[in-house]
Write a protein of this length. Sequence first.
Length: 500
Amino acid sequence: MADTKREIERKYESDDSGLPDLTGVAGVAAVLDQGVADLDATYYDTADERLAASSITLRRRTGGSDAGWHLKFPVASGVRDEIHAPLSDRVPSTLGALVRSRVRDDDLAPVVRLRTTRDVRHLVDLDGHLLAEVSVDSVQAERLTGSGGKAEWTEIEVELADGGDPAFLDKVDKRLRKAGVRPSEAPSKLARALAETGGKGQPRHEDRAEPVTAGDHVLAYVRAQRDVIVELDPAVRRDVEDSVHRMRVATRRMRSTFKSYRKILDRAVTDPVGDELKWFAGELGAGRDQEVLAERISDAVRELPPALVVGPVRNRLRSWSTARSEDARREIIDVLNGPRYLALLTSLDALLADPPLRAAAAGQPSKELAKAVRKAYDVLAGLVDHALVTPPGKDRDVALHEARKKAKRARYAAEAAAPGLGKPASKLKSSMKDLQKLLGEHQDSVMGREALKELAEQAHAAGEHSFTYGVLYTAEQRRAEQVEEELPGVWKATRGAAGI
């Protein structure tokens, strides 16, 4: 089993003169010598250094107090999530899965070996609590591929103690700079080793020049969604909060863009990819929909007066939610490990590498993007107008749900166009978001009532009271009616924002 920790550190150049005196740093009561450790780390990557291009490091290290496999994902400047697995001869499957969206079916092989002599100090406060670990690292780097180059350097590394205040690093930084020590230009030892031994060292990006044409803007938006999916893959596998939802949204944004901008991108190419995106969003949706429903019903139960909560309602809801959530999570992981998902990622890469641009793609954003946004809005308008005149009941529920889906499409169309169209598209995007939220509340009520009927039937079959589920059902029905009462006013305001 892999363990995860948040690593917050800063690196500095060193002229081999050792560590400056840090006893004057505010809050530091003592600097404790922890001795010298010899570390031997081998870094793994694909032949084209795909992990390094994403500022991800995967290494096998011996020596020191945390020997084993370490996988590090960038979070922010100087902040990384480090995932640790026990020492073994091969890349652990747990870590291999976390880089699969980038590695795909390619092999991971040794690219660099770093031998480090680490002289460690602990900065502690008056109570002896660790504030930060400071080390002077003498590094020998050896390239294991290509030219087989070598490099040597010395650096100072300051790592914040677990749970420490990041502001403390500013105090250490001030003291080090005063002593003439300067921040390292390389974000990591691996980046420096690659750069100085014949590798790339720094992240590589596709050609991302400033968008000029309508096609440029659409491709930039599609590329951004592809990047979100790839980058969220490890978070989804680790069950990071909201990661499944965010990945699903990126998937929907991209599919919606293909539909809205068919005059820009050839649908003969995008339609098959869109079908796969629909499949993938559906696989992600089972867990997300369950999560939303469980949270909605749980909140409603908490708001009820105790006298209206009859029977083991909370226990039944918890069991219902947990069982479904666990099943959904297993299914999502199976999808991420399957060949169909990898094929989807590969098709997205191919589409962006050789985009299927139509003639309109070369047009001015002010014309071509505005045309697509207007069309998306007109489709939505027809559906909302139809829903408003449909009698209350199942038919209206269906009509409002269809309008909600088209509100998303209009919102994403405006979102993709906003960099090219400016304020009008941004204004429409905002109004579409408000409309989508209101219609989403209505759909959540519809789904909530279906779930409550299921829970009531389960409770009845088990000999439990179903009274509370009826109370909640009535409240959900009333909320849907309120949304329907609010819709005409919100729709009127939305029409006023449609000045594309």
